[in-house]
Design a protein. Structure first.
Length: 314
């Protein structure tokens, strides 16, 4: 019961960040928010979470198969549910794109055919269809095949984040693709690893799996940090970044995300130390659980960032 209450509280907290975050981030900046910013940020957060879950399951399941003497038991597959949730979120975002990035108030406001006429519309439709395909693959006899539609969503998100009018959009899309892929594997992988360890119980196999994940996660964190810093410098040149981190809504949200990721990295280091030095390596699960909670908030902040005005290049 306590675990269920904690999960509900975590989901509520993660939902409040994109819903209430825009007004807090924009306060006093003089910037204007687009219509429905809170709702769009929430939908984008849900979409990111729906990517993390199946990618993390595929990633850690592959690691688990390489652990000597690993139990055959695996936790229940959440990928079909994640695909369904992602499909709904992508459909909601596509409806916004179909009205010219305005919040639709009735079905009559939607122009579904118009989606085929714009780049953003085609990308939105690609994400809707890709989540539907991922759900079908997850329910099939070859669930690993869902990697292809999930990859299509990652590519679509990377292209959407960098319109053709932007300076060197392909470079920006490449950085976003690497950043989003590594983040999804890190967040979803840790969640599935902890769920797997709960089923396996105490034993050498659990410690080995957590150790394998920790080694790969260190590489993922390095890639996330490098691409995140590079992307930030492309949008906020080095001589303006200090001013924009406190004076713009995007900068404030980015600063909050950076501080939280630093805290997550500290938790990951604590878990790694426990894993290597503690008498019972599985005591590393305690900081790892706190890391999952913090990462959920990071995902919500990422959704918020996509809905805020992009900072001006001074």
């Amino acid at each position: 019961m306590a675990r269920a209450v904690a999960v509900v509280a975590l989901v509520a907290l993660a939902a409040l960040i994109p819903l209430l975050g825009p007004s807090a981030a924009l306060h006093g900046t003089g910037e204007a928010a687009a219509p429905g910013t809170g709702g769009i940020a929430l939908l984008r957060t849900v979409l990111f979470a729906a990517l993390c879950v199946p990618l993390g399951e595929l990633f850690v399941d592959r690691l688990a198969r390489s652990v000597p003497g690993a139990p055959a038991a695996r936790p229940r597959n959440w990928a079909p549910y994640a695909a369904g949730v992602g499909f709904v979120a992508a459909l909601g975002l596509a409806s916004v794109v179909s009205t010219g990035n305005l919040v639709p108030h009735s079905p009559a406001d939607l122009d579904i055919g118009g989606l085929y006429a714009t780049r953003d519309g085609k990308l939105a439709l690609l994400e809707v269809n890709a989540f539907a395909a991922a759900g079908l693959c997850a329910l099939s006899r070859r669930p690993a095949s869902q990697i292809w539609p999930l990859a299509a969503v990652l590519v679509a998100e990377a292209l959407r984040a960098h319109p053709t009018t932007e300076y060197s959009p392909l470079l920006g899309s490449g950085l976003t693709l690497v950043h989003l892929t590594c983040a999804s594997l890190w967040v979803g992988g840790l969640l599935y690893a902890l769920r797997t360890l709960r089923g396996w119980g105490a034993g050498e196999a659990g410690a080995a799996l957590l150790g394998l994940y920790a080694r790969v996660a260190a590489v993922l964190l390095a890639a996330i940090t490098a691409t995140g810093v590079w992307s930030s410098l492309r949008r906020m040149p080095s001589h303006t970044i200090l001013d924009q981190l406190t004076g713009t809504a995007y900068g404030r949200a980015l600063l909050a995300k950076v501080l939280l990721v630093a805290a997550v990295a500290a938790l990951a280091l604590w878990a790694r130390i426990r894993l290597s030095r503690a008498a019972d390596p599985l005591t590393a699960c305690s900081p790892a659980r706190a890391e999952v909670v913090a990462l959920a908030v990071v995902v919500a902040l990422s959704g918020l960032l996509t809905a805020l005005p992009v900072p001006i290049r001074w």
